[in-house]
Design a protein around this ligand. Structure first.
Ligand SMILES: [Zn+2]
Length: 184
């Protein structure tokens, strides 16, 4: 949930107001007896560039335009390390085993109120089986043909390609009505 979607106090249902707290304007409950503050701390998300046989596996979530693909992503379970979460998500979403080879970095995704921890993984051989509840399709793209996108996991892809001396232009994604769906 992004910060903009909170209108009422989840504790007492009073309309939230903008207040300056800790150096930023935040949504907060005006009732002193309540004191709820929506701090807007980002939700951690993991993402994986899954490589095998010189290709990267991209997936499409329900509701995305037909030409949109992204990295395998997911939320952490309680007490789960990010590097374990991405291995689990790859197994759940595309049905193959993968091993983390490197941690790529953390990428804020403010539109979704998230911070994305991105990893590079090596995928094992085997048939890809999609999790139907989350995904509609996948494709395997040769690394030299992979192009990043502007938001979400795109910057992680861009930096990973740059680390391999590849600097392709971003894919233009113009359908802004679904831009917030850039996550699953
Ligand atoms: Zn309140």
């Amino acid at each position: 949930m992004s910060q903009a979607s909170y209108k009422y106090c989840p504790s007492c249902q009073t309309k939230l107001t903008d207040q300056s707290l800790g150096g930023l304007i935040r949504k907060a409950c005006p009732l002193e007896s309540c004191g709820f503050v929506y701090w807007g701390n980002p939700t951690p998300v993991v993402a994986g560039i899954v490589e095998r046989a010189g290709q990267v596996i991209l997936v499409q979530s329900h509701g995305w335009p037909k030409d949109w693909y992204g990295l395998v992503t997911g939320f952490l379970e309680m007490d789960e390390k990010p590097e374990n979460a991405i291995v689990r998500e790859v197994q759940e979403e595309i049905g193959i085993k993968a091993n983390v080879t490197s941690y790529l970095g953390a990428y804020p995704f403010n539109q979704m109120g998230q911070i994305i921890f991105a990893f590079h993984l090596t995928g094992e051989a085997g048939k890809i089986t999609l999790c139907d509840e989350e995904l509609t399709s996948y494709k395997e793209v040769a690394i030299e043909k992979l192009r990043p996108w502007e938001r979400g996991t795109g910057p992680a892809v861009k930096e990973w390609l740059a680390s391999r001396s590849l600097y392709p232009p971003n894919i233009e994604r113009t359908s802004t009505s679904v831009i917030e769906a850039e996550n699953n």
